[in-house]
Design a binder for this molecule. Structure first.
Ligand SMILES: Cc1cc2nc3c(=O)[nH]c(=O)nc-3n(C[C@H](O)[C@H](O)[C@H](O)COP(=O)(O)O)c2cc1C
Length: 181
């Protein structure tokens, strides 16, 4: 099984999430081939090769970072030929989250899901029974807050990284079940 984890990260928080998701995938499927790439490094051939695709971004001004959007727009070439149809996907994001509602993180996650679904992929959410849901889960995927009360970057919590690991393992298990159905 080939797993692509493609992310944008300016200050390392989303990258830490990507690494934790990879750890969750590897714990469940030690033989899987993991490809952890920044959006800039990700090629269309990486999408084509992957059985499972994770997309991650920080929230920038209420939506995904432009580096991720640029990459996703380039996948229209794959859409023309239905090349991602039937692949399994998951999404993750982090935001400073100043205020009570996550600073736009839900709509960011939903816009990533929209891309998966436009390609005919199977978008996998985050069931509330999984470890870490109460800390950084939301039905769409992993949603982590990294800011302090002044809106400045602080840190990503261990609990959020736990959520990443359990979500990574879950999405891979779904993909495995589908492959062997
Ligand atoms: C240009 C820019 C715009 C941002 N806009 C938002 C925002 O709209 N809402 C929010 O909650 N956080 C916002 N943030 C904060 C980041 O989402 C947050 O610090 C995130 O954890 C950074 O992830 P990274 O370390 O992977 O770059 C913004 C940060 C930057 C640099």
């Amino acid at each position: 099984m080939h797993i692509l984890i493609s992310f944008h990260s300016d200050y390392g928080h989303t990258e830490n999430m990507a690494t934790a998701i990879a750890a969750g995938c590897q714990a469940s499927f030690p033989d899987a081939a993991l490809h952890i790439l920044t959006a800039e490094q990700t090629q269309l051939s990486d999408f084509e090769r992957a059985d499972v695709i994770f997309l991650g971004t920080p929230v920038h001004m209420g939506s995904m970072a432009w580096g991720m959007k640029k990459l996703l727009d380039s996948t229209s070439k794959l859409w023309m030929e239905d090349l991602l149809e039937g692949k399994v996907g998951g999404v993750f994001a982090c935001s400073g989250g100043l205020g009570g509602a996550g600073g736009g993180i839900e709509q960011t996650l939903i816009s990533l899901h929209s891309l998966l679904l436009e390609h005919g992929m199977i978008a996998v959410g985050f069931p509330k029974s999984l470890l870490g849901y109460a800390d950084a889960g939301i039905q769409w995927g992993v949603a982590a807050r990294t800011g302090n009360h002044e809106g400045m970057p602080q840190t990503i919590s261990d609990a959020a990284l736990t959520a990443c690991r359990s979500y990574g393992a879950h999405v891979c298990r779904v993909a495995h079940k589908l492959r062997h159905a």
